[in-house]
Design a protein. Structure first.
Length: 230
């Protein structure tokens, strides 16, 4: 403690009787020292806490950016693209960026089918598989799509199924080769994790491949088999 700190108490000590109040003076001095020390520690700990929050692995900053820059994720792009393969993209990338990484659509790709069923603005997720069907695959019904009828009278859109798909539950069936995570999540027994597994194991040639590829268990399959199609 600086000598000037004690000098500041000298006038007070002269007016008081040091011997009579010696114990009180000592206790007061100790209390002041403890208070000042506690304040210093408090301020220092506050600064350290702010730094810890800023660098916490669970913070938004670390989730969005790693020490070396933006977080990278991996996606599998295959089918009718020029350079099928596993690609690394920045977290938050769109399907368009994934297709561009793979060199774009190949000459065999069914571009009309792609334009109708792939949302280029959709954000891709880690470990996602993107499969672009060829004209041959679409023509041979390996890939099918929902037929959509736009209602220009009301602001809603009604959804049906292609004519060669079952027609008794047209507005309920979900195409597991092209359904979004949100659509798959609506199926009984299917959550976000299983929906991602369904997408990752595309394409399917039969709905039974959900079992043979061990995407879902038999109990879940029995619940959804009448609600899905290819």
């Amino acid at each position: 403690m600086p000598s000037g700190f004690f000098k500041s108490f000298q006038p007070l000590l002269k007016r008081l009787k040091p011997k009579k109040y010696l114990l009180e003076i000592i206790l007061l001095s100790v209390a002041i020292i403890i208070t000042v020390t506690a304040l210093v520690i408090y301020v220092k700990n506050g600064q350290n806490a702010e730094e810890e929050i800023a660098t916490s692995p669970n913070s938004f900053t670390r989730r969005s950016f790693s020490e070396g820059g933006p977080i990278k994720i991996f996606i599998d792009v295959s089918g009718a693209v020029k350079k099928p393969g596993l690609y690394q993209v920045i977290f938050g990338a769109r399907i368009k960026e994934a297709i561009d990484k793979a060199g774009g659509l190949s000459d065999e790709a069914d571009k009309n089918f792609f334009a109708r069923n792939f949302n280029l603005a959709r954000i891709v997720s880690d470990q996602e598989k993107i499969y672009v069907p060829s004209v041959w695959e679409v023509n041979n019904n390996i890939f099918m799509e929902n037929s959509r009828t736009l209602d220009y009278v009301s602001p809603t859109t009604s959804t049906g199924i292609a004519s060669n798909a079952p027609t008794d539950t047209n507005n309920q069936l979900i195409n597991i080769n092209f359904a979004t995570i949100e659509e798959l999540d609506q199926l009984p027994g299917i959550g976000q994790i299983t929906a991602n597994k369904i997408i990752a194991n595309r394409p399917y040639s039969t709905v039974d491949e959900l079992l043979t590829k061990k995407v879902v268990n038999k109990g879940v399959f029995e619940k959804i088999k009448n609600l899905i199609f290819l």
